[in-house]
Ligand binder design. Structure first.
Ligand code: NAP
Ligand code: ZN
Length: 368
């Protein structure tokens, strides 16, 4: 056995954790920069909670509430300019993976004025302003990962900025997710599952990440019935948030692999939400994975008998049809073939043909 493990984020998990632990904010500085999306944090109570916590500590704050889904570099640059001029001391990312990833990127850009979108990936070990992550979706695990994934319109893709920004603190309150729309709940939940599965079927998997992944998969499995029946109570919301954080802890070590790399073009070109983009490829991905012992372990942890049952659950959870042509699939397969970062995490040899087949077999029902 030989492995390293590094995940320096302090996690506060449970109902009302922001208010219960508001005193910790005083150590972060005099001026906070809240980075959030356009709407949901104003509705689910999370923005009110963090403002109350900041005011309790007499910490000044400004809010940037323009982060879109799959945040663009343009948005990150705009927010960074404002935060730099306002001389903020720390960042509070509030929302799903999009505001959380944006907040990490903004933390780096503000703290390193010489860094821009063209040189950030080459720069080494850039430090960010401190980041506090308040996650309001249960999917990405971004609150416990070092990754900041942004949309790069110039290159027509999504990309990780290549720096390591683990949030200093993660607040995880499942009650913020109680009123989340069913589609978002499902798509984000499946994202958590894919992190656990791709971390388990991964070149960088270790005894420790396997332990976390197996535990997360088991917890995720207990949520499937409620997800399918659309009766999602607090305890299931709690389990989804825990599974998501465990997924983040796994991919922080292992990275993701084929399905994530293959899902990015579906998100970029077809506007398919991140979790769903992975999910529609997953049955085929599990089918081509040669180490069936590992695949069967995933299925048994989910309490499912085979890949067919898994795929049938995915189609009960979401509409898996997609308006796509074979020509587009060929382009996406080529893009994936050049994604060395994802390919190197996949422990088996795959090339263009396998990737093309995963796309085709997953999406063929709608091929025109
Ligand atoms: P998201 O893009 O952050 O949010 C999706 C939608 O959910 C938005 O419309 C958002 O509304 C809404 N929403 C958020 N919280 C809600 C709540 N509590 N109740 C109701 N609606 C809510 O979705 P996400 O799946 O969490 O994040 C996806 C992004 O994370 C992608 O860019 C993906 O690449 C990235 N990602 C990052 C990592 C990582 O390790 N860093 C891992 C996986 C994925 P508002 O816009 O109004 O807030
Ligand atoms: Zn993901």
């Amino acid at each position: 056995m030989l492995f390293n493990y590094f995940m320096p984020t302090k996690i506060y998990f449970g109902k009302d954790v922001v208010l219960k632990n508001k005193y910790i904010l005083k150590d972060f500085g005099k001026k906070a920069y809240i980075i959030t999306g356009k709407r949901s944090s104003k509705m689910n109570g999370s923005l009110d909670h963090i403002i109350e916590a900041l005011e309790y500590n007499n910490i000044d704050y400004i809010i940037f509430d323009e982060v879109e889904e799959n945040p663009s570099l343009e948005t990150v640059e705009k927010a960074s300019l404002i935060g730099g001029n306002e001389k903020v001391d720390f960042i509070i990312g509030l929302g799903g993976g999009s505001p959380l990833d944006a907040s990490k990127a903004i933390g780096i850009f503000i703290n390193n004025p010489n860094i821009n979108r063209d040189n950030i990936n080459e720069a080494k070990d850039l430090k960010s302003l401190p980041v506090i992550a308040i996650s309001t979706t249960s999917g990405t695990g971004s609150e416990v990962t070092q990754y900041a994934i942004v949309t790069d319109h110039n290159n027509q893709t999504k990309r990780n900025l290549g720096q390591s920004v683990f949030p200093d603190v993660a607040f995880l309150d499942p009650s913020y997710t109680m009123d989340m729309e069913y589609d978002v709940t499902v798509s984000t939940a499946i994202d958590a599952f894919t992190h656990l599965a791709e971390g388990y079927l991964n070149n960088n998997a270790s005894e420790l990440t396997d332990t976390i992944a197996k535990s997360g998969l088991k917890i995720f499995g207990t949520c499937l019935k409620q997800l399918v029946e659309k009766e999602i109570d607090y305890s299931t919301r709690e389990n989804l948030m825990l599974a998501s954080a465990l997924g983040g802890m796994v991919i922080a070590q292992t990275g993701t692999s084929l399905p994530h790399g293959m899902g990015y073009p579906l998100t970029y070109f077809k506007n398919i939400p991140h979790g769903k983009a992975n999910a529609i490829l997953y049955g085929e991905y599990l089918n081509i994975f040669k180490d069936k012992v590992r695949v069967d372990k995933i299925l048994s942890l989910l309490n499912l008998k085979d890949i067919e049952e898994f795929s049938s659950i995915i189609s009960k959870l979401m509409d898996t049809t997609l308006d796509i042509t074979e020509k587009e699939i060929k382009v996406y397969a080529k893009i994936m073939c050049s994604n060395e970062a994802k390919l190197k995490n996949h422990p088996e040899k795959v090339g263009y043909d396998e990737i093309y087949n995963i796309y085709m077999n997953s999406l063929i029902k709608d091929i025109k």
